[in-house]
Design a binder for this molecule. Structure first.
Ligand code: PLP
Length: 439
């Protein structure tokens, strides 16, 4: 009998006993291809010897040193690497233990920055509907997933939400991508004015939306227009790359493809590649200098910030991700995955959209392609697909999102970057079988 409060109490989970490359084995000897990197985490696959060696070497030196007493080479090296590789303007790093923690820290950093520069009246956070930014109270309040928020709503701090950039459902037939981007930027502008142009702290968004929508990139130009709106009102732009960052979309930072300069970026998941729990906030020099020349501290801090073993693991992961050919591999395998999915599922009456960037792909499931009507939530289609996929030896990440107040279903794929062409084909074949069996 388990003594763990699992995510789903009803589920009977196989015990994972080994992992190698893109496969995980369970205690019954079954093998699963990791088509989702867990939840877009395992970017280098399982059993990477270089990362394990880096962790061991750090543990031999020192496993833990509290940050009120010491810094460590592992943490300093990781921060230096991230700044070197990040788009211009992300000059400092705050190291935490995961994605929700990174989002919480970014929100508090944004607020403290504005207090330090003499704008304490700024108090509103704006994000987008159908977004996910983590499960802690502040991050959950920021996210716009109605289902995840519902029972906690009364205890969540007040936040505000505007429309997501979701071309498949929301780009009007008579609207170009450009017009769509402009309409959404105008909506943000209007929301900021409604709240009080000098009372908004930040706008928070995922460059490519993961958990709630299934690998949805913004239309070209959207983020540039959003940046202009933020600049007009002195609002900070926080980009949440917890899921889509660290090479997942084919560039080390997803925002690099958007050509914007965010004030704060959160990363996690692929940063540790699953070898250690780690996340980070990257911040602009302006924010750092406001703290340095103001109060002299960031009023925050958890026991495990800058954990040396986590930092050593992430330092090696980042070094591997930055090697020549790695991002090209993500793009090439991502293209193969997209083409394979289109060939196998493009004609299915229940597949509305196949989208994404790099090795971050989503499939939206609908009852009817013309009306784009989602499946009845009572069917729990996402859960059925997950079960059918596991039965076929495939890990994928199906989720029920919220579409106009109705729960809809999509499947997210995010395999390790080391995946080979024949393994991509295996994912496509098994997923097509699972979707056909479940619908
Ligand atoms: N932000 C985004 C965009 C995410 O996708 C997630 C997790 O899925 C989080 C934040 C929260 O990260 P974590 O689960 O590591 O706390």
């Amino acid at each position: 009998m388990t003594r763990i409060l699992h995510r789903s109490i009803a589920a009977s989970l196989p015990h994972a006993v080994a992992g190698q490359g893109v496969y995980i084995q369970d205690a019954a000897g079954r093998s699963y291809i990791d088509g989702s990197g867990g939840a877009a985490v395992s970017c280098l696959g399982h059993g990477n010897v270089e990362v394990l060696d880096a962790m061991r070497a750090q543990m031999d030196r020192i496993a833990y040193a509290h940050t009120s007493f010491f810094t460590t080479d592992a943490a300093e090296d990781l921060a230096g690497k991230l700044v070197d590789l990040a788009p211009e303007g992300l000059d400092y790093v705050y190291l935490v233990s995961g994605g929700s923690e990174a989002v919480e820290a970014a929100l508090k950093m944004a607020r403290q920055y504005l207090v330090e520069i003499g704008q304490p009246q700024r108090r509103h956070i704006i994000a987008r509907r159908q977004s996910y930014h983590g499960n802690t109270i502040g991050a959950l309040a920021t996210g716009g997933n109605a289902w995840r928020r519902a029972q906690f709503q009364p205890i969540l701090p007040e936040t505000h939400h505007v429309s997501p950039c979701y071309a498949y459902r929301d780009q009007r037939p008579d609207e170009s991508a450009d017009d769509n981007a402009q309409r959404l930027a105008d909506e943000l502008d209007a929301k900021i004015r409604e709240l009080g142009a000098d009372e908004v702290i930040a706008f928070v968004a995922e460059p490519v939306v993961g958990a709630t929508m299934g690998a949805v990139p913004a239309v070209p130009g959207y983020f540039r227009r959003i940046r202009e709106v933020c600049d007009r009102h002195g609002v900070l732009l926080i980009l949440d790359e917890v899921m889509c960052g660290m090479g997942r979309t084919g560039s080390l930072f997803a925002c690099a493809a958007e050509g914007v300069r965010p004030d704060l970026v959160t990363i996690a998941k692929g940063l540790g590649g699953g070898y250690q729990p780690i996340g980070a906030v990257m911040l602009s020099d302006a924010i750092y200098q406001a703290f340095a020349q103001g109060s002299g501290l960031f009023q925050h801090g958890h026991t495990y910030i800058c954990h040396p073993v986590a930092a050593a693991a992430a330092g090696k992961v980042v070094e591997i991700l930055a090697r020549p050919g790695m991002m090209e591999q993500v793009v090439a395998m991502g293209d193969r995955l997209q083409a394979g999915l289109e060939a196998a599922l493009g004609q299915s009456p229940f597949v509305g959209d196949i989208r994404g960037r790099g090795l971050f792909r989503g499939i939206e499931l609908v009852v009817d392609r013309d009306s784009k009507t989602p499946f009845d939530p009572k069917m729990r289609l996402h859960a059925r697909i997950k079960r059918e996929a596991m039965d076929r030896g495939l890990m994928c990440y199906p989720m029920g999102g919220t579409i106009d107040g109705v729960r809809g279903d999509h499947v997210l794929l995010a395999p390790p970057y080391i995946i080979q062409p024949e393994e991509i084909d295996q994912i496509v074949e098994r997923l097509a079988g699972a979707i056909t069996a479940a619908t």
